[in-house]
Every structure is written in C-alpha cells, then in structure tokens.
Design a protein around this ligand. Sequence first.
Ligand SMILES: [Zn+2]
Ligand SMILES: [Zn+2]
Length: 296
Amino acid sequence: MKKIIRHRECLGCGRKFIPVYSHTEYCPTCAGFAIRMAAKKLPSEVVKELWDYVHRHGYVCYYTHMELDMDDRHSPWYCVFDHWKPRDSSKIVITSSLLNEMKSNLLEEEFWYIIIALAEHRRRGTPFKKIKLACWPGHVMPEKNAVALGPQGSKAIKPIYKCSLCGKRILAYNAKYCPQCAKFVARLHSKNLPPETITATLDYVRKRGFICYYTDIKLVLDDPSSPWYYVLDHWIPQDPGKIVLTCDLFNVMKSDLTEKEFWYFIEAFADYKLKGKKVCRKKLSYFWRLFPVEDC
Ligand SMILES: [Zn+2]
Ligand SMILES: [Zn+2]
C-alpha cells in the first residue's frame, strides 16, 4: 500500500505543515494572518506584497527584524499592520504593536533619524536637533478648561511685574503668571494631580523652563499642532506621583513604557540600524494592549 504524505508546504510562509483537512493550503499561522488581512480589506496588491514578505522573511518586524507574536494579542510584540507612510494604504508592512506606537505618524526615515538622534543624546549628550515632520497630525488639543489666567483687561498697564514661573515681565498688577504660564498652570490643574505633584512640576519649570525632561529640547508652547508642543507625561505610566514635561512626539513614542524601558528600546533600535545588532525583547512593566479578534 502506498504511504500517504501528510506534510504540505504552506502557501503563505512556505514552511511544511500537517494539514487537518485535505484542502487546507495555509498553516494555522498563515490562515490567521489571511483572515486579518481580509478583515482589514487590504487591496490585493498590498496582500500580495505582504505574502511575498512573509515568504521571504517569515513573521518578523519590517523595521527591526524582531520576531513577532502571532497569537498573543496583548503582547508588545504582537504582529500589527503599519502604514509605511502615515495614512497611505499603498504600502503596508508588519511590525510589533510597540514599534507601531513608537513610529506613530512618522515616515520611516524620520523614525530612524529620531531614534538615532535620541540614542546619541542619551549616550553622548549630543543635542537633539528638531526636524520638520511631513505627516505629523498635531493631535494634542488644548484642554477645555485650560483658559488663560493672565492679564485681564488693559487698565493696569503701568507697573511692571514678573511672572512667578518663567520670570518674564508682565504688565498686569493682578496676574501671577504670564499668559503662557497661566495656560500651563491651568492645564496642570485640570489633570486631577496630587498637590505635591503640581508643586514639583511647577518647581521644575521654575528651575529649568519649558525644557523636555528626557532630551533637554526647548518645547513649543503656542502651537498644539507641532510635534514639539509640550505635554505632561506620566513618568511612570498611569502614576500621578511624578509628571514630567516632554513634547507630543516623545510622549507618543514613550507610550506606556517606563523611562528605563524607553531608553532601552531607543538604544537597541539605534544599534540595530547602525550596527545590525539583534534587538532583544524585554519584559515590560506596564505596556498592555488587546487587539480585537478580526472576523470577516
Ligand atoms: Zn504558513
Ligand atoms: Zn511665565
């Protein structure tokens, strides 16, 4: 009697697998991947390119070659689809849930510029140079109750006072802060933070000015659409005990990482890009996402 060969080559990844049914053409991982692409209604050319990629490289991150998790939907390494160019569906690549958040609305070249510049700043203190970002959406909206508490009316023009936060001259006898600092203070108060945290954050600004806690760059105060617009960042995710100042972009990139984890990945990604060094995974203390199960 002829022996039945039960192994089959998967149409997706090309690896050998044992099909449950005679007509199964994809291994379970690729079958799941196919369902996800169908649920996303990706154009057929994009689907073809993704299969080509998987066939050549397997399920590894397009940017860092890190192995991706295909089943654990809350893992930072869960395989997600990323618009290579923000909001442009003509090229979709696969990456990890974490890197997808860090890349946010950056072009690939911008992402690598920022990773390498941050790593250089961290290692050698090289000043971080801001660049113009092509697709930054400017999604930070000023809080509703962040109203200016600055000079009211135009009557009190004569005496010159100083803003008690930045030291800038102000022209109002009854104002404690300049209009910009007043907005900042209102924003800080709108966050329901403990009074000690508010005091510590104000002390930071008094000492250092509106400077990014992580990179020392000067923050933008008046343009919420700028990637360099200041935001209040929970130093430890969700912990109101310490709030630091950073810009919108770095806040997005830091995501739910601790500062230590953030710098670990910045340096590891930079080492991958510059030296081809393999990026090792790290257990993350707070990062947790749950992607829905796609059905189509
Ligand atoms: Zn497969
Ligand atoms: Zn001020």
